[in-house]
Design a protein around this ligand. Structure first.
Ligand SMILES: [Zn+2]
Length: 509
């Protein structure tokens, strides 16, 4: 059992924590190090997406778990908002477990245009501060993210060390002040400097919100972008995207040389990233591509906010489409006579029987409304026609759910330790997840309640700060700010501005 594994510092890579452990314990042999920590002599260090996190969490105090390590001390959060749930579930398991293959490939990292960092990067002024505060220096996660080229705290470009973080012979390198000697500062086109600074800020914002955004599948992303392009008046006709206009917006906002710096300069060939991201999504795009496009399309607001807003709209529109026909009569008004007859038939008999009963009508529908037909048949399969569902009085249901929710919220108000009260979390407490999600539009009171009382990231962070503050007062102790944040499970970089104000206030700043 390892008892002296160091706790990670704010925004520190797990990789760096392991390297510090080796130094603290005088371990020189990489094989001995991985043998001792992971029972495996042949483990290759991975700076961005390390595995074995369940095991590492077990070496740390109780308030650490693999999830906290993943969200605050690896680079997975820059992928999360842009990957479908299935990939993210795989990735989480891979990082928690002992073996993983192909994670970088599944996340699209290997095929990505965005070049990963090859040498560790750092800010010498941050190092100086770390030295003063902790007596040692470490590698921060954010420094190793392509696009985060600039320390927003000290307002200067990062330095690139000569210590490789990729390559075959890699091992655990700890951060050391001597590194400064052989390092060089990143150089940008002067006229692009403000964009690099802006991008670094957008990445900080992405890191603060990434764990709260989930994507069901690629179709939601395609829909979200299509609606966004439509809202910004970037379609020609009803369905075609006016790439030339989109391209112009992106170039005007960011400039050609800036885009070239990140290998994103090709905006006009048939298969370029910009055209593909506007089309149907078949694979994931990188955080840089999303941030750059979203900001150019809606410069007046934060790209993460825009992204979340359009994802929510797309998800809600999808829910609307899957509402069963028997409870949504008004949609029937726009259906053809064949479609109406078919709905009636599949409510009385199985799809197969209905097809045999009127083959000609089935063929017509297949020709003219194939997508609709397949969707409606799917619904019919899940509701056996032999047992008609009792009519649901949605009004009564809606009031029942709302009453239950009020009770749940009152109980939660007493419980500072609970998880974030997201909509999903509250719905789960009701115990009718799919019923509510599928019939969202028949439950206006429930919907309004959830929208009003679901906890924002601000409130959730403030609740965690409050909890730690109470702990501090009852134990009659004073925690320095960094320890305080660590106990609250928060990192200074990821505090929202609102939570930051609250934090400064209770710290008496
Ligand atoms: Zn700095």
């Amino acid at each position: 059992m390892i008892s002296n594994f160091p706790a990670p510092y704010p925004d520190e890579l797990i990789y760096s924590v392991i390297a510090r452990y080796a130094v603290h314990n005088g371990i020189l042999s990489p094989k001995y190090l991985t043998e001792e920590l992971f029972n495996n002599r042949n483990l290759t260090p991975t700076y961005d997406l390390p595995s074995h996190l369940d095991r590492l969490a077990s070496y740390l105090p109780d308030h650490y778990d693999a999830l906290i390590l993943i969200n605050q001390h690896t680079l997975l959060p820059i992928y999360q908002p842009f990957q479908p749930d299935t990939v993210m579930i795989y990735a989480m398991q891979a990082l928690r477990g002992e073996h993983y293959q192909s994670l970088h490939t599944r996340l699209g990292k290997n095929a990505s245009r965005i070049k990963s960092v090859n040498f560790f990067r750092f800010c010498p002024h941050c190092w100086q501060e770390q030295m003063e505060q902790y007596g040692e220096v470490y590698w921060k996660c954010s420094w190793q993210i392509t696009g985060y080229e600039y320390c927003t705290r000290h307002q200067q470009p990062l330095f690139v060390s000569c210590i490789p973080c990729n390559g075959i012979d890699r091992k655990f390198y700890f951060a050391h002040l001597n590194t400064l000697k052989d390092s060089s500062q990143l150089v940008f086109n002067l006229q692009d400097l403000h964009h690099h600074i802006e991008l670094a800020r957008l990445i900080e914002e992405l890191l603060a919100h990434s764990t709260f955004i989930t994507v069901q599948d690629f179709s939601i992303l395609s829909k979200a972008y299509f609606t966004l392009l439509k809202d910004r008046d970037l379609l020609s006709g009803r369905k075609n995207i006016n790439y030339e206009k989109v391209r112009q917006l992106v170039v005007d906002y960011w400039s050609k040389s800036f885009l070239q710096y990140y290998q994103l300069g090709d905006l006009s060939s048939e298969n370029c990233w910009l055209k593909n991201i506007c089309r149907k999504h078949r694979k994931a795009f990188s955080y840089l591509e999303h941030l750059i496009l979203l900001k150019a399309l809606v410069p007046e607001q934060s790209p993460i906010h825009t992204y979340q807003q359009y994802l929510d709209m797309a998800a809600t529109a999808t829910e609307k489409q899957t509402i069963p026909v028997n409870v949504k009569p008004e949609t029937n008004q726009t259906l053809s006579e064949d479609q109406l007859k078919w709905i009636q038939l599949i409510q009385e008999m199985s799809v197969k029987q209905a097809r045999q009963y009127d083959g000609a009508m089935y063929a017509r529908l297949y020709r003219n409304h194939k997508d609709w037909l397949l969707k409606i048949n799917q619904i019919a399969v899940t509701t056996p026609p032999s047992r008609p569902k009792p009519r649901v009085d949605w009004g009564i249901r809606d009031r029942q759910f709302t009453k239950q929710l009020i009770k749940i919220r009152d109980e939660l108000l007493e419980d500072l330790d609970s998880l974030q009260w997201t909509k999903k979390f509250l719905i789960k407490q009701l115990g009718h997840v799919s019923l509510i999600e599928k019939n969202w539009y028949f439950l206006p009171l429930t919907k309004a309640f959830l929208e009003h009382y679901a906890e924002s990231v601000d409130c959730y962070q403030i609740r965690r700060l409050t909890r730690t503050y109470i702990r501090q007062q009852t134990e009659n102790k004073y925690y320095p700010p960094s320890v305080f944040l660590r106990l609250a499970g928060l990192s200074p970089q990821r505090l929202t501005p609102e939570a930051r104000r609250f934090f400064d206030n209770i710290m008496g700043k």
